[in-house]
Write a protein that binds this ligand. Structure first.
Ligand code: HAM
Length: 431
């Protein structure tokens, strides 16, 4: 036997048995985003490497260690997107969408990071990404957080908690950064290798370290919240007041810094205790400087991304996944002569009742075997197209989930009779 080819480590198949949770989450996300007036955008999976280097930052884990970068046939350095924000901003600039206009956008799709795979952390993973471009005030920050809170309610997920922080303006952060570097230099011998490296490029990320041996040094570090610029402080105050007014509980976490460099002012994260180490299910923040940094006219913006696999895990754990939708009708062919006519009838039924699901018995089989398949399909109704019935231009109908007898109807009326019967047999709406 030829050797089997395995999937790439950290890249998962989503099998039909697991798809209902994904579809449910995607449908609810679309519904909620739409209810706030956000529009879908689709951008390429691959961009110039330079885009991510400039947007995410040279000294971030994502750019330093995790990007899938390759040189294409034309000699260009390209990268599989590790996140969606950079591509969406690039799209807004290169399609001339800015010019003072405002855009509320969302997209769903796969992202790629060469991380060490473990539960909840994959090399190909999906995000729901939501971005609001052209809005400066804290009202939109609050709206995005309200949108996520509404999505949790719509999905009937409890047990996710919100943490927020403000990173201030880049200028305020530069001054704070100097304080932080001076502080950590005093404890350089206590820093681990990662943190020592970050001391040069990205000292704020040291605050984010998960190494328990670093906890004490980090606990003593100066807090950014004590060194915020006044407008950022006011922005954060107003965000907090709005969240309180609309009843969204939060905790201010002064150590929340985020792993991507483009943030300024508000950052937030929704966390869960139900998934182990990978506890962030949705993260985002404001990135007022990014658009100018990528060559567009200076435009404030804010957004977030939700990790679909992690939220799907929460849905499965909490048993909040709707059951798979079974077939409505199974078409049984009794006798070989009329198989072609039966397929034709199935096509006509799909034309007439596009909202219904018809399964045609493929590959023949005796009457009993076909009934077994019909039963397994979960269909509410079997249509029996036997040679004898077809010769009389009628079709037999047999409810499969109820003790009621077989009836017959003329072929010309089959679509309306099927719909009538299905409405009676199931409580599902006719679409
Ligand atoms: P991020 O924090 O890098 O932010 O990712 C957002 C979410 O994606 C995380 O909270 C997590 O749920 C999920 N996620 C990240 N990495 C993985 C992984 N390897 N496997 C599974 N899930 C993962 C961003 O990507 C920003 N672009 C968010 C944003 C949008 N900020 C402003 N606008």
């Amino acid at each position: 036997m030829a050797q089997q080819i395995q999937a790439i480590r950290g890249m998962n198949d989503v099998l039909p048995a697991d798809i209902s949770a994904w579809q449910h989450l995607e449908a609810c996300a679309r519904e909620v985003a739409n209810s706030y007036g956000y529009e879908e955008i689709r951008v390429p999976l691959i961009e110039h490497t330079e885009l991510f280097k400039r947007a995410i930052g040279e000294f971030t884990d994502v750019v330093e260690k995790e990007m899938y970068t390759f040189t294409d046939q034309g000699g260009e350095s390209l990268t599989l997107r590790p996140e969606a924000t950079a591509g969406i901003v690039r799209a807004a600039i290169s399609n001339g969408l800015l010019r003072g206009a405002r855009h509320k956008l969302w997209c769903i799709g796969p992202m790629f990071r060469h991380e060490r795979p473990q539960k909840g952390r994959y090399r190909q993973f999906y995000q729901l990404d939501v971005e609001a471009i052209g809005f400066a005030g804290p009202d939109i920050d609050a709206e995005l957080i309200a949108l996520t809170a509404r999505l949790w309610r719509r999905l009937e997920l409890s047990g996710v908690r919100l943490e927020i922080n403000s990173l201030g303006t880049p200028e305020a952060r530069r001054a704070y950064r100097e304080l932080l570097v001076a502080y950590f230099r005093r404890y350089e011998s206590a820093l681990d290798a990662d943190s020592r490296r970050r001391l040069q490029g990205n000292p704020l990320r040291i605050l984010d370290s998960k190494n328990p041996q670093m906890a004490e040094v980090i606990a003593g570090a100066p807090l950014l919240s004590d060194h915020l610029d006044e407008p950022s402080r006011a922005h954060f105050q107003e965000l907090r007041a709005t969240l309180e007014r609309i009843g969204i509980a939060y905790r201010v976490n002064p150590r929340l810094v985020r792993g991507l460099d483009y943030y300024s002012r508000t950052v937030f994260e929704w966390l869960t205790d139900a998934l182990g180490a990978q506890d962030a299910v949705c993260s985002g923040g404001r990135y007022d400087g990014l658009i100018a940094q990528l060559g567009g006219e200076a435009t404030p913006a804010v957004g977030f991304a939700l990790g679909i696999e992690r939220v799907v895990d929460l849905l499965v754990q909490a048993a909040r996944v709707p059951g798979a939708v079974p077939a409505d009708v199974y078409l049984i062919v009794n006798g070989a002569a009329q198989a072609g006519a039966a397929i034709q009838m199935a096509e006509e039924l799909r034309d007439a009742l596009p909202h219904r699901r018809f399964e045609f018995n493929l590959g023949g089989g005796n009457f009993k075997a076909q009934f077994r398949r019909a039963d397994k399909s979960g269909a509410a109704l079997a249509l029996i197209c036997g040679d004898e019935e077809m010769a009389r231009s009628v079709v037999a109908m047999k409810p499969l989930r109820q003790e009621s007898g077989q009836t017959e109807c003329p072929r010309s009326e089959v679509a309306s009779r099927v719909e009538e019967l299905l409405l009676r047999l199931t409580s599902r709406p006719s679409g």
